[in-house]
Each structure stands twice: as C-alpha cells, then as structure tokens.
Design a protein around this ligand. Structure first.
Ligand code: ACO
Length: 428
C-alpha cells in the first residue's frame, strides 16, 4: 500500500507518494507537486535529490557499503575479472562461462581503431591533456559509426556499440599516451586478456620485447573493478542526462569523460599525487598542509579526502590501501608518496576538523599511489578512471533508455532582475 507524506503550505495540504527502495531507502515523490501546486523543490548540487530509480549499484555512505547488482565490492575485487564485472553491470547478472567467452571475444574482435583516428590525434598539440583527447576520440566514434545516431535502432545494434566502446576506449587511451610520449602507437594484441593487452599497448616499444608483469596487471584489474560504477555521481548523471536527449551512446560517454575530468571528481587522483609531491618537495611538513586545508581563506583542500556520499569510510579506499602496501612490496618499491599519504591520513583522522565533517580518504587517495608506482604518468590517471568507469556509464545509459526516462530538465528559482525597459547606449 502506498504511503503518503504531507506538505502544507499557505493552508493547503498536498499528498506526496512515498517510494521505498529494495534496501529500504525512502524518498518522497515530488514529480506531480508542481502540476498540483505550482511549487518546485530546490536542491543546488542535487545533494538530496534522487534523479532516478536504479537497479545497478547500491551504496550506503554511512555504513561504507558498495554493491554492484547486489554483489559486495570486496568479493568482486578479490574474485572477479574486470570484464566479468562489466558484463554484470551492463546485463544485470554474472555471465555464464560461454557468455563471458563470447563477450571477451566480441571485444577482442573490435579493439582496432580506424587508422584515421591517428589523424584526429595528430591535430592535437603534443601537450594536450589525455582526457581532452579521449573525449574527442569517443565523440569521433559517432562519425565512424553514424548509425549510432539513430535513437530508434534495435537493441542488437546498441549491443555492438557497447562492445565497440569497451574494445576501443583502451586503444584510444593507450594511443593518447604514446602520442604524449612521442612514441609510435601500438596495435591491440588479441592473444592477450583485456588488461594485459591494454598494458602492452601502453608500454611496449618496438625496440624491446614486452612481458606483462602479473603484479601490475592484477593491480590495474582491481583498480578498474573498484571504479566500475558508483550510482548517480557527477559523470554518470551527465551520461544519463546527455543520453536522455537521445544523443548517441558515444556522445553521452564523451560527455561523461569531460565531467569526470574535473579535480573534484575523477581528476582528484592526479591532484592527490601533485599534492603529495608538493608536500614532499616542501620538506614533508604534514601539519602545515592539514592547517592549510582547514583554513577557510586558503583554497587548498586535502585532495582524495571527503566524499559527497561516504560519511564513514570509502570501502574502495580500504581495499586500495591494503593493495598499495602489497603491490609496492611485490614490486620492491619504497615509496615516499605512500609514507606521506599514510601520515597525512593518520594526522587528518585525529583532527577534529576532519572528524566533525566526516572526511575520510576516498578511492582517489590510494589509487594514484598505485598507478604512480606502476609507471603511469599522473596526467593519465583520470583516463585510467575512465576505462574503469566505462561499464557503469554504459549500464546507466542503457537502464535510462530501457526505462524510457524523459529528457532531463531541472527547474530553477529565478533570482535576477524583474522586467525592465531596454536602455539605449547613451543612457547607460
Ligand atoms: N579538505 C578540506 N576540507 C574539506 C574537504 C577536503 N578535502 N572536503 C570537504 N571539506 C570541508 C568543506 O570545506 C566543508 O566545510 P564547511 O562545512 O566548514 O564549509 C565540509 O567539509 C563539507 O564539504 P563540501 O564541499 O560541502 O562537501 P561536498 O559533498 O559538496 O563535496 C567533495 C565532496 C567534492 C568530494 C569534497 O570533499 C572535496 O572537494 N574533496 C577533495 C576532492 C576529491 O578528493 N574528490 C574526489 C571525490 S571521489 C570521486 O569523485 C571519485
């Protein structure tokens, strides 16, 4: 039986249906409120607004729970492969063996990019940020596969678009890296598994044979799994929003890449390393930087700290912290960054400012350290995040289209000037 919440305003009462999710999350449905009363709700930054009902990812920020399609992140990170998780997110169930074999093979068959992709890349200045290159190359897929622009094509055809994205984005990422380094672009190697092929495209050079280090491959696989979805965050909401206008999946993903780029979202992992390097070069004075982060007149924030949703701990950060130790150990690396990061965490978690505001390390705090240790340049971190988040973006776009959600179009409260007469130049 539907429950109702009541809203009283100016002597009138409105009944608002209460919606309860499968984990007993409660929402008040205000979708008819404006039609009935002329009133809208206001929530800048959508801090308390549910934009959709979704069956993909559950997270409880108070308890530090994250589950993809009901499966806890801890189990997926330790037992699953990235492509298995991608299949789970996109199609709703863990794949049977034959389904996974086909999924992998379909991806392998589509990893090559059109040679003209390189011409597009040539147009970019050599100091271009790889996120800018990647979002442009993702958009260029609309030109190589223009049938994707048809919003009414069959789901079978959409399936191929999904495969192409999962297959080609890593190739594009690797090519943006070799372009940055001035090295020749490497072609995909279909004999290798997904992550190994990606690492080979990134790091192999014609002058020497290349062997994928299983420690590095495993570390990257885990990072991708931990980033694969995170419900209605900034970039995912962007993908759904752009897709709601029936723009192509490629264009929607390109928009998601741009949304992820910012330092408050996927760009934070790059910002963490830049911050840690800065602290180290400045003599390693942790308390000075804690004080800066607390100073409201100083724009400095502890990067990799705080989260809109996690208010106790970020389960992804916990897994990565453990992994960082193990990986650096296996690679025989003594990392100053990790030492500074751990000290910073220790000091911050003892400080009232961070405790009161429930600010804890987020996923970006340790992912950057691992990627730094395995030789990925800092400005490539956000593009690594893009590869990881790709299945989530696709799954969320697919769910939005399957549910035939309407075009996203928020309202506003206008606070500007009231009507006034146009003033000629001479009278201004
Ligand atoms: N360092 C110092 N103070 C902080 C930090 C931080 N990293 N994060 C939040 N605060 C403070 C704010 O100044 C604010 O203080 P006030 O109440 O005295 O004004 C309070 O904590 C609440 O912060 P908000 O910015 O209102 O929280 P919001 O939910 O809007 O922002 C965000 C969350 C963007 C993640 C924020 O914590 C932040 O900027 N963190 C650093 C960037 C970062 O690591 N981003 C990655 C997020 S994870 C991801 O996208 C994958």
């Amino acid at each position: 039986m539907t429950k109702f919440a009541e809203l009283s305003i100016d002597g009138k009462t409105y009944q608002l249906p209460v919606v309860v999710g499968s984990e007993n999350e409660v929402a008040v449905d205000i979708s008819n409120l404006r039609a009935e009363s002329g009133i809208i709700t206001l929530d800048t930054g959508y801090k308390n607004t549910g934009s959709t009902k979704s069956a993909i990812t559950f997270l409880d920020g108070e308890k530090g729970i994250l589950r993809y399609r009901g499966y806890p992140i801890e189990g997926l990170a330790s037992k699953s492969s990235f492509l298995e998780v991608a299949y789970l997110l996109i199609y709703g169930e863990l794949p049977k063996e034959d389904e996974l074999v086909k999924f992998r093979q379909d991806i392998k068959n589509n990893q090559m990019c059109h040679e003209d992709t390189k011409k597009i890349m040539e147009g970019f200045p050599s100091n271009s940020h790889p996120m800018g290159i990647l979002s442009s190359l993702a958009t260029s897929l609309t030109a190589f596969f223009p049938e994707s622009l048809d919003p009414n094509r069959s789901w079978d055809k959409v399936k191929l678009t999904i495969i192409r994205l999962l297959a080609k984005i890593p190739t594009m990422v690797a090519w943006s890296y070799t372009k940055q380094k001035g090295l020749p672009a490497n072609y995909p190697d279909n004999t290798l598994k997904y992550v190994d092929n990606f690492l080979k495209m990134m790091f192999s050079q014609p002058t020497a044979p290349f062997e994928v280090d299983p420690v590095i491959s495993d570390a990257m696989e885990k990072i991708f799994i931990l980033h694969a979805d995170h419900e209605q965050n900034c970039s995912t909401s962007t993908v759904r929003f752009v897709g709601s206008s029936q723009a192509s999946l490629y264009a929607s993903i390109a928009a998601g890449i741009n949304a992820l780029w910012g330092p408050l979202h996927g760009g934070a992992n790059q910002a963490v390393i830049e911050m840690l390097t800065g602290i180290e070069e400045d003599g390693g004075d942790i308390d000075k930087y804690i004080a800066k982060a607390k100073d409201k007149d100083d724009p400095f924030r502890l990067m990799g700290f705080g989260h809109r949703v996690y208010k106790n701990f970020d389960p992804r950060a916990r897994i990565l912290k453990k992994n960082a130790d193990a990986i650096l150990d296996k690679l025989g690396i003594q990392d100053k960054m990790l030492e500074i990061a751990k000290k910073l965490e220790e000091h911050a978690l003892e400080d009232d400012y961070f405790v009161e505001r429930k600010l804890y390390p987020n996923v970006d705090f340790y992912s950057g350290i691992i990627m730094n240790a395995i030789g990925i340049p800092t400005n490539m971190f956000p593009v690594m995040f893009s590869i990881g988040r790709l299945p989530g973006w696709i799954a969320q776009w697919k769910e939005m289209r399957e549910n035939k959600e309407p075009i996203g179009r928020p309202r506003q409260i206008y606070v500007g000037a009231n009507e006034r007469a146009y003033v000629d130049f001479k009278n201004r």
